[in-house]
Design a protein around this ligand. Structure first.
Ligand SMILES: CC(C)(COP(=O)(O)OP(=O)(O)OC[C@H]1O[C@@H](n2cnc3c(N)ncnc32)[C@H](O)[C@@H]1OP(=O)(O)O)[C@@H](O)C(=O)NCCC(=O)NCCS
Length: 187
């Protein structure tokens, strides 16, 4: 457990030229023991991607980007210790699973805080920034999808005001596992 307070961290959007640091943190997330129930991508898939993949990913969600924002927590030593990405989904489009989007909404994905920095209030600060960005973009609500067995993440999401919407998303054909949609309405 780190003894550093959340106030010692800088919370900010990434810049497009920081794709290598974003890649390193994403690969650390994909090596986390919880990764199989936390992320839809595997470490093996991600590590095989060319630099152009990481460059495009960072450019599409960097400071100033309209449709998505990757926000990071940077420690006092400059090390990136936590991240999430918030996407804007427009009504009239279909989401990644093919379901129609009915309201303008934010969608938080790729949530990861390094194990040493968990439980210190840092994740709350990352979420504050994500929600603020989504509300400023005109989102009516923000959602995220969490695996039924990811108890720690669920507990955290409830703590910051998300509630289950009742929508469940099956994890692929033939799978008995499912994920739950959690939402928070615009204040
Ligand atoms: C999910 C994550 C971002 C949450 O951040 P965090 O800093 O760990 O969150 P917090 O510690 O503030 O809150 C978690 C809560 O769950 C509790 N908790 C811990 N382990 C738990 C478990 N196995 N089951 C249920 N609750 C648990 C904690 O006590 C805490 O509750 P409290 O504040 O009321 O005591 C972080 O744990 C993480 O990066 N996990 C791995 C990646 C991941 O799962 N991403 C989410 C994908 S949807």
């Amino acid at each position: 457990m780190s003894t550093t307070s959340p106030g010692a961290y800088v919370i900010r959007s990434i810049r497009a030229d920081e794709w290598a640091a974003a890649k390193e943190l994403r690969l650390a997330a994909l090596r986390d023991p919880v990764a199989p129930i936390a992320f839809l991508t595997t470490y093996e898939e991600a590590v095989a991607q060319p630099d152009s993949f990481w460059q495009e990913r960072a450019a599409g969600a960097c400071e100033g980007a309209e449709e998505a924002q990757t926000i990071i927590a940077e420690g006092p030593d400059g090390r990136w210790v936590g991240t999430l990405t918030v996407l804007v989904e427009e009504p009239g489009t279909s989401d990644w699973a093919g379901f129609p989007v009915e309201r303008k909404q934010g969608h938080v994905v790729a949530v990861f805080v390094r194990p040493e920095e968990r439980g210190i209030g840092l994740t709350e600060v990352l979420f504050d920034a994500a929600l603020q960005w989504a509300w400023a973009r005109g989102a009516e609500r923000v959602r995220l999808i969490v695996h039924e067995e990811n108890g720690r993440a669920q507990r955290f999401y409830r703590k910051v005001g998300f509630v289950p919407s009742g929508v469940t998303v099956p994890l692929g054909a033939g799978s008995e596992e499912s994920e739950w949609e959690f939402v928070i309405e615009r204040p």
